[in-house]
Ligand binder design. Structure first.
Ligand code: GDP
Ligand code: MG
Length: 602
């Protein structure tokens, strides 16, 4: 393998839509890494969903050969990273596999919340950062704004910025030249004789099993090497090593400083953890690479098939998704209202949306999700602490001493004119503003502490609406804080409907209760008796609604006496009954629950 001097490992970091994938496409073209006939836009975004929503979910590495102006040919390893906060651990591992990062800024949008978050991650890994202002072909581009923000927010001299248009190719060659000139080649630590490689991502292939995406730090790995995984303690023989061109290409060996893949002999994807260190089984390294963390779900929700016959299909679909997404957690659960389903855990709301979308699209599943919940720390009167992510598992109030909820440090970048509105939003969402900082003449960054629960419910949507799309948000967990959380229960004629139980802040219980009660009133069919719909906290009713009674003769409206029409109606009623769920003495069509779960909260 070539001299380390001619290797560059780098990634592109950017806020969503600033042009990362488009720029990667230009690189692939310029380095002739992909035959023209194979080319389609945003080549590295190979999941349908990624292409459609313009986001990158999985990292896609690619090796390119670039003939630089200095006459040498360089091996450029480009690692595309997911930009969203939900995946910041994965981003941090990808960054750890690089020596440098291109920081892409959209010339019309300027610096955004995620630009700041990502650059902070990159600086923590001591990466060389090359700022690039992209989309300069657009008439709305505002270089002055970008320069000012670079200095004010990112503390980067504006003279360092390269100007480019990933769309028409302007400046793209200069970027590759800068990569070669400014980003240092990989350094192999001296005195390290054992194998050390970072798993920065991994994939599961039905035929080949686990595929680890690695950056080799020291030593070399080839077919037959006996490996040891430092954090799981497992050992395995290597079946194949290779590089991404971007297709997988087997090679003889992966040497220190390089990026590529390793196929170990592991059966379960759970055995290959992102961030783990691979070493040699014969001469293991003394210390694993730093930064490993188990991925923990932050948001939980119940996912149910709309047709109960789909339960087994749903289980299989979730299992398949999990193969390539070890951050997804699921476990069987049942609900009186919704039947058999799964309690699922996600890294965040985007992660949850992605999984739901993929279940619907790729697996053709018709599903519904219950109100999402974060993980609460419930301190009991007997001194124990219980982690609760499911309202049904919240202990009786008499057993609870106090509850703590997860908080996040949020930073919001927005036009200065919206500062009042956004500060109000933060307070309405039970947050506190910590600091405001001018990004340039027209933009400001607010940082504050906000409950994660509020963030996942609708904070982002509201921020976007209030700032007409100009506000951007980034956040990271910042520990737990005491809060008066309670279980809100919905009841029909005194019987609780489990699917609607939620953990909410005491002060929000009434509004949320009224919201669901009103929706339920509209969808629960009339019975021969009145139906009381109540929202209650600890047995105390906080909101109510009533469904009036009716006569059961459904054929009454067919005054024409047309017998076939009457018969059809009766058939239909029978059909509907099958999907009825009985809550106490009340029959409620499952559709009714689904309607309410679908409706957006206040
Ligand atoms: P990513 O989310 O950072 O990967 O961004 P994409 O590469 O998917 O680009 C987002 C959108 O911006 C797409 O519609 C691109 O066509 C467009 N885009 C990217 N670079 C440029 C550019 O230099 N000029 C213009 N006019 N549009 C661009
Ligand atoms: Mg992209």
């Amino acid at each position: 393998m070539s001299d380390l001097k001619y290797i560059r490992n780098f990634c592109i970091i950017a806020h969503i839509d600033h042009g990362k994938s488009t720029l990667a496409d230009r690189f692939l073209e310029m380095t002739h890494s992909v035959a023209t006939r194979d080319f389609k836009d945003q080549l590295l975004d190979n999941m349908d969903l990624e292409r459609e929503r313009g986001i990158t979910i999985k990292s896609h590495p690619v090796l390119m050969r670039y003939e630089a102006k200095d006459g040498h040919t360089y091996r450029l390893n480009l690692i595309d990273t997911p930009g969203h906060v939900d995946f910041s651990y994965e981003v941090s591992r990808s960054l750890a596999a690089c020596e440098g990062a291109l920081l892409l800024i959209d010339a019309t949008q300027g610096v955004q919340a995620q630009t700041v978050a990502n650059i902070n991650l990159a600086m923590r890994q001591n990466l060389v950062i090359i700022p690039v202002i992209n989309k300069i072909d657009l008439p709305a581009s505002d270089l002055e704004m970008c320069y000012e923000q670079m200095e004010e927010v990112l503390a980067l001299p504006h003279g360092d910025a390269l100007l480019a248009s990933a769309k028409d190719g302007t400046g793209v060659e200069d970027i590759l030249e800068a990569v070669v000139r400014l980003i240092p080649p990989p350094v192999v630590p001296e005195n390290e004789e054992s194998i050390k490689a970072l798993i920065y991502d991994s994939k599961y292939d039905t035929f080949r099993g686990v595929i680890n995406y690695v950056r080799v730090v020291s030593g070399e790995i080839s077919r037959g090497t006996q490996l040891r995984f430092c954090n799981t303690g497992l050992t395995s023989e290597v079946k194949e090593v290779g590089v991404f061109t971007p297709k997988m290409l087997a090679i003889d060996k992966l040497t220190a400083g390089n990026v590529g893949y390793v196929i170990p002999n592991l059966k379960s994807p759970d055995d290959a953890k992102i961030g783990d260190t691979i070493t040699g089984a014969r001469m293991p390294c003394k210390q694993a690479l730093a930064g490993f963390r188990e991925m923990q779900p932050m948001v939980y929700s119940g996912i149910y098939p709309i047709d109960t016959n789909d339960y087994e299909n749903l289980r299989q679909s979730l299992s398949k998704l999990r193969l390539n997404d070890s951050a997804l957690y699921f476990q069987a659960e049942t609900s009186a209202a919704l039947g058999f389903g799964f309690r699922c855990g996600f890294l965040g709301l985007l992660h949850m949306e992605i999984i739901m979308e993929r279940l619907r699209r790729e697996y053709d599943m018709d599903i519904i999700a219950t109100y999402p919940s974060v993980v609460y720390h419930v301190y009991l009167t007997d001194g124990q602490m219980k982690k609760v992510d499911n309202p049904l598992q919240l202990p009786d109030p008499s057993l609870i001493d106090h509850i703590e909820e997860p908080m996040v440090d949020a930073s919001i970048m927005m036009p200065t004119s919206e500062i009042g509105t956004v500060m109000n939003l933060i307070m309405e969402k039970r947050g506190v503003v910590k600091e405001t900082h001018n990004a340039d003449r027209n933009h400001v960054i607010i940082t504050g502490s906000v409950p994660l629960h509020e963030i996942i419910i609708d904070f982002h949507d509201k921020l976007k609406t209030l700032t007409r799309g100009y506000g951007s948000l980034d956040y990271q967990p910042s520990g737990y804080q005491r809060a008066p959380m309670v279980r809100l229960e919905m009841m029909v004629n005194g019987e609780p409907i489990d699917a609607f139980a939620t953990i909410v802040h005491r002060d929000h219980a009434e509004a949320r209760g009224r919201f669901i009660a009103e929706r339920l009133k509209d969808v629960i069919p009339k019975h021969l008796f009145k139906i009381a719909i109540q929202a209650a906290v600890g047995g105390k009713v906080v909101a109510r609604a009533t469904v009036g009674q009716m006569r059961k003769d459904v054929t009454a409206k067919c005054y024409g006496g047309d017998i076939t029409r009457k018969r059809k109606l009766l058939e239909k009623q029978k059909e509907g009954k099958k999907k009825m769920k009985q809550i106490g003495s009340v029959n409620i069509p499952q559709d009714a629950f689904i309607e309410v779960l679908k409706s957006k909260n206040d």
